[in-house]
Design a binder for this molecule. Structure first.
Ligand SMILES: *[C@@H]1O[C@H](CO)[C@@H](O)[C@H](O)[C@H]1NC(C)=O
Ligand SMILES: *[C@@H]1O[C@H](CO)[C@@H](O)[C@H](O)[C@H]1NC(C)=O
Ligand SMILES: *[C@@H]1O[C@H](CO)[C@@H](O)[C@H](O)[C@H]1NC(C)=O
Ligand SMILES: *[C@@H]1O[C@H](CO)[C@@H](O)[C@H](O)[C@H]1NC(C)=O
Ligand SMILES: *[C@@H]1O[C@H](CO)[C@@H](O)[C@H](O)[C@H]1NC(C)=O
Ligand SMILES: *[C@@H]1O[C@H](CO)[C@@H](O)[C@H](O)[C@H]1NC(C)=O
Ligand SMILES: *[C@@H]1O[C@H](CO)[C@@H](O)[C@H](O)[C@H]1NC(C)=O
Ligand SMILES: *[C@@H]1O[C@H](CO)[C@@H](O)[C@H](O)[C@H]1NC(C)=O
Length: 489
């Protein structure tokens, strides 16, 4: 896909990004930065001169008793976003120029298709990120980088990000037909999908860090882009957890309601993130996961009163990456758990549980036993320092690349202990041995066998560690389950 886009880009002469930009710019008179700044400079000088030159007396006399209006007042009359009393043609004409000074760029810039995720990325490629200590890389509007201008987006296309556009506009001189969105807007672009809870979470977590460090400010809305294409929903799991985190319904704005289709949507204040968690310090990440966990438990009314001392949970799948023999695998873990009087085993199928049931179950889990798959994203809902045991079908180590380590990453980001993986050494052979890509497609949905000796020893080792850690915790804390206040809300 990306490869095709890169090819498309180079066939339009994009291999030299600067060239293309220059060529595109020749078509629109206002888009060269130099011409743009000259226009602004001239406007400012004219306004300044108007202010300095005293108005001749006869003007006063001619207008009789009408008081002389100051420049600021005259300006004030026309800076209302869309109205003008037409009193001062010259100033109105300048205001109109400011309104028209917006330059639109494609939200997805194919010139950067080959480095779509790097640096300024292909999403809003004319802006570099601002690094704020410990936070996700971000763009803010209005800001110094936007010279005080607000972000405007003409971008309702859900299929083709190059048909969506953005630009910056002077507040008070928004383009004609603009729709103004008040308050704070969170805008995110991701490369995968908001229907996948792991990828959606990665895109949205940095905003939780931002919220915590900016006085727990809540967004009035979210705008979700996927490769520059608008999305109007996220996985229900994400929508619920994020509405719990921000203490209200999650408003996803896809520019459908109350928008004039002839103009852009302009945002009073916008925070844009397009690198997932990149830039966040490990402490900030853990704090963000702590907050989501805390708010989710509160929202779902989770009570920790009847919590087992050591909860071991098998979160199972059906179909792709399920155990071939659930019954035998459950039996192995049941036996190991039974060796500890404080251990309680729970077996559940992720797809059977509502989101709040998942929150509740994971709140009572210290050891999560689960095949590689999206349901593992729930791990951060366990208390910090809880354990994860992960299982893979045959073929993944060789062919799955970096993606197979996402739950190792997630464990370290959210403060869990990843206790390793078991990789099935057996499985059906790939029917296309010469083609790695097709083979991975085949192994991806493989099922997982078991090794009784290995599973028993592994479970025993993890249980021993967790039981002794819990015992040490119990000594250090007199009130183990006293409720902790969330950091926001
Ligand atoms: C963004 O960063 C690059 C590389 O550091 C620099 O060449 C470019 O001028 C910057 N662009 C803006 C708009 O600041
Ligand atoms: C996306 O839109 C652009 C501009 O309208 C067009 O050139 C391109 O072919 C479209 N791409 C796809 C995949 O439809
Ligand atoms: C504003 O919108 C109207 C229709 O809603 C359209 O006729 C007009 O051309 C638009 N003006 C501009 C400047 O886009
Ligand atoms: C949590 O409890 C409150 C008050 O008892 C109730 O209104 C709310 O519906 C409960 N929430 C859930 C998700 O069950
Ligand atoms: C849970 O899901 C499994 C497999 O999808 C199914 O066999 C089982 O009946 C479900 N259990 C409940 C309580 O719904
Ligand atoms: C997690 O474990 C480490 C040491 O293993 C300990 O220092 C830390 O306090 C624990 N964190 C929590 C939240 O219990
Ligand atoms: C099962 O695991 C044990 C312990 O790691 C190992 O010695 C044995 O070879 C494994 N059996 C199979 C069939 O892979
Ligand atoms: C433990 O809980 C009790 C009753 O809830 C409370 O009075 C006491 O202060 C708590 N102790 C600590 C160390 O938090």
């Amino acid at each position: 896909m990306v490869v095709d886009e890169a090819a498309a880009a180079s066939s339009t002469g994009c291999s030299q990004p600067e060239d293309r930009r220059r060529r595109t710019c020749l078509n629109t008179s206002s888009c060269s930065p130099r011409i743009f700044f000259l226009t602004i400079l001239v406007l400012c000088s004219v306004l300044f001169i108007l202010h300095l030159v005293p108005q001749p007396d006869f003007l006063d006399r001619a207008s009789g008793t009408e008081p002389r209006t100051t420049l600021a007042e005259r300006f004030g009359r026309i800076v209302g976003p869309f109205k003008s009393d037409g009193g001062d043609a010259e100033i109105e004409s300048m205001a109109e120029k400011l309104r028209m000074s917006i330059t639109y760029h494609p939200l997805k810039d194919l010139c950067y298709a080959s480095s779509a995720l790097e640096g300024h990325t292909w999403f809003m490629s004319t802006f570099n990120d601002t690094n704020v200590e410990g936070e996700g890389q971000q763009l803010r509007f209005p800001s110094e980088a936007s010279q005080g201008r607000v972000l405007c987006i003409k971008g309702r296309d859900p299929y083709n990000g190059t048909r969506n556009h953005y630009g910056v506009a002077w507040p008070g001189f928004l383009p004609r037909n603009a729709t103004f969105r008040e308050g704070l807007t969170f805008i995110t672009n991701n490369h995968y999908s908001y229907d996948n809870i792991w990828h959606g979470l990665s895109a949205m977590v940095p905003f939780v860090g931002w919220h915590e460090k900016n006085g727990c400010r809540r967004p009035a809305r979210w705008v979700l882009y996927h490769k520059g294409e608008i999305r109007n929903h996220a996985a229900p799991w994400l929508e619920l957890l994020f509405s719990a985190t921000f203490g209200g319904p999650l408003t996803i704005d896809a520019f459908v309601d109350g928008v004039n289709n002839e103009g852009p949507v302009c945002f009073e204040e916008a925070v844009v993130m397009r690198h997932n968690e990149v830039g966040m310090s490990s402490q900030r990440r853990m704090e963000a996961y702590d907050l989501i966990r805390c708010q989710a438990r509160r929202y779902c009314n989770v009570s920790v009163e009847d919590r087992p001392v050591v909860g071991m949970t098998m979160l199972l799948r059906t179909g792709a990456r399920s155990f071939k023999d659930d019954v035998s695998v459950i039996e192995i873990f049941r036996k190991e758990c039974a060796k500890f009087k404080d251990c309680q085993l729970t077996v559940a199928y992720a797809r059977n549980l509502s989101v709040c049931e998942q929150v509740e179950l994971l709140s009572k889990t210290d050891i999560l036993v689960s095949p590689h798959g999206a349901q593992l994203t729930n791990m951060f809902l366990m208390d910090r320092n809880s354990s994860v045991m992960e299982f893979f079908p045959m073929g993944w180590l060789k062919l799955a690349g970096y993606g197979q380590y996402v739950y190792h990453l997630m464990a370290s980001w959210s403060g869990m202990r990843h206790q390793g993986v078991w990789r099935d050494p057996d499985g059906d052979p790939c029917p296309h041995p010469e083609d790695n890509r097709q083979c991975f497609g085949f192994y991806k949905s493989g099922r997982i066998g078991h090794n009784q000796t290995y599973f028993s020893e592994w479970a025993g080792k993890v249980l021993n560690e967790v039981v002794s850690m819990k015992a040490a915790d119990a000594i250090s804390k007199t009130n183990a389950s006293s409720p902790v206040a969330c950091s926001c809300g």
